[in-house]
Design a protein around this ligand. Structure first.
Ligand code: FRU
Length: 481
């Protein structure tokens, strides 16, 4: 691409694949992420969206419906198989969401400290515009999961009616923190799974028999642990199979670079500038800011047994050192392009987790390569795939206290989850001051050759039905279809 005056060129990424166990971590560099601003319009009326419509989620109406009146709903995923297909089970579509009680006396921003995994089901042939998702309640019985709070993960249908729920077992020790939200004793985090049974009949879907197993805790070497940083991230497991490595099961998850907080120093490879680029920063310049506090990575692990109860860490597949501190809810989506399997890594991130000197919206970010571990090319050269409408010329702030001069929809949605067919689902956070806690209208993002584009011919001006998570593979049936 032609460089934008005043901005550096992005890093060259080959997309070359490496062995999944190889000691190679792709870098989402400052040079890459600087393309977000290079592609943003500096001249918009303050408070408008400054990003290209191709990477901007259409505006969610302020009068959005609540999906459920008793629970707030946020991070959501479908029942899938190991290839990211979404499974209709005996005629029912099933989704899993983090939920928190709307009537327990705490606010929406305290949801993380009170999160449980809930589930919803709906007839596979339902009209997504009219038929509501039925709330099935909490997935696990009270006090049975590992940890006292359940954070995001993924759910896979195994043989017969067995399902594996991979989830984040977060344990808070501080009741004050749970009620007030933040500032207390740091929680523990482990990646866990629960093997259980799914049942379906004409009335709906139920689950039972869950057996919980702790799978992974951060090693402090490749993946930062709580002793090294009370604000560490270790969460959001997503498992998948790789046709290039048959018989193996892999997991991606959100992590941070191992080591004590503040000990990391930015390196040339984190900056990624082209030699002689007049708009490059030097390592010394970047290290004179606090940019080294931001050390997100996307972790990789491989299962050591068929029961998926034993796992080993592999080096991270992506790092965002000195760029961003959180690469959340990663997923791998494999798509055939021109006869070749292309691996898309999608992950969500925030405005407020960017490093000093960096700027980007809340939304989903993407990277494409030739294998699970590869020299990932950020989509659209920047990494930004789809963001909430934001004026990137204005300062970043948080959904609980947005700047009144900003675009009122900068926090309209988060936790984007890419489904087959490029359908992107998310939850509503803050639409021009109206807090959400319900699923957003699903949007469609076409992506190919490392370029993404919002499909504005989908639904109404690009907005599909609220909470549209259709299934593409049917299992069972028993006459229910
Ligand atoms: C994303 C997220 C996840 C985490 C959950 C906790 O919205 O931060 O990373 O599992 O929310 O509520």
């Amino acid at each position: 691409p032609a460089p934008t005056p005043g901005f550096p060129l992005p890093t060259t990424h080959t997309q070359q694949a490496y062995d999944p166990a190889a000691d190679f971590t792709s870098k989402w560099t400052r040079a890459d992420a600087k393309q977000i601003m290079a592609q943003s319009n500096p001249g918009v009326t303050p408070g408008e969206n400054s990003m290209s419509p191709n990477v901007t989620m259409p505006e969610i109406p302020k009068d959005f419906p609540a999906m459920n009146d008793d629970v707030w709903v946020w991070d959501t995923w479908s029942l899938t198989d190991e290839n990211a297909n979404q499974i209709s089970y005996k005629g029912w579509d099933v989704i899993f969401s983090l939920v928190a009680d709307r009537h327990a006396g705490y606010g929406f921003d305290q949801r993380h400290w009170n999160a449980r995994i809930g589930y919803f089901f709906r007839k596979t042939n339902a009209d997504p515009a009219k038929d509501k998702w039925n709330y099935g309640g909490h997935l696990f019985l009270d006090n049975t999961s590992i940890g006292n709070t359940e954070w995001s993960g993924s759910t896979r249908l195994m043989q017969g009616n067995k399902i594996n729920v991979f989830y984040t077992a977060t344990t808070f020790y501080d009741v004050a923190e749970r009620n007030a939200g933040g500032g207390g004793i740091a929680p523990d985090a482990a990646i866990a799974k629960a093997l259980g049974n799914i049942h379906a009949n004409k009335d709906g879907v139920t689950f039972d028999g869950f057996q919980h197993t702790k799978l992974l805790e951060p090693d402090g070497k490749m993946y930062q642990n709580k002793a090294q940083n009370p604000g560490f991230a270790f969460r959001d497991p997503y498992t998948f199979a790789d046709p290039a490595h048959p018989g193996k099961t892999f997991m991606v998850f959100e992590g941070n670079t191992g080591g004590t907080r503040g000990s990391y120093k930015c390196k040339q490879e984190d900056l990624g500038y082209q030699p002689g680029d007049p708009n490059a920063e030097t390592v010394a310049q970047v290290n004179s800011t606090g940019a080294w506090y931001q050390t997100a990575n996307v972790g990789l692990a491989v299962a050591d047994n068929k029961d998926l109860t034993k796992w080993s860490f592999l080096p991270p597949i992506l790092s965002a050192n000195c760029v961003n501190d959180q690469t959340e809810r990663p997923q791998i989506f494999i798509q055939n392009e021109n006869g070749k399997n292309k691996y898309y890594l999608f992950t969500i991130s925030h405005q407020f987790t960017y490093a000093d000197g960096m700027r980007g919206p809340d939304g989903v970010y993407g990277f494409v390569g030739n294998g699970v571990r590869s020299d990932y090319q950020p989509v659209n050269n920047s990494g930004l795939a789809l963001g909430s409408p934001t004026d990137l010329n204005m300062p970043a702030n948080a959904p609980e206290g947005p700047d009144p001069r900003q675009n009122g929809r900068q926090f309209q949605a988060y936790s984007h989850y890419v489904q087959p067919g490029g359908l992107v689902q998310s939850f509503i956070d803050n639409v021009d001051g109206v807090r959400g806690g319900s699923l957003s209208p699903t949007v469609k993002m076409n992506f190919k050759d490392g370029v993404t584009q919002v499909d504005r011919s989908f639904g109404q001006n690009g907005l599909g039905p609220f909470g549209y998570l259709p299934t593409n593979v049917r299992v069972g049936g028993e006459g229910l279809y």
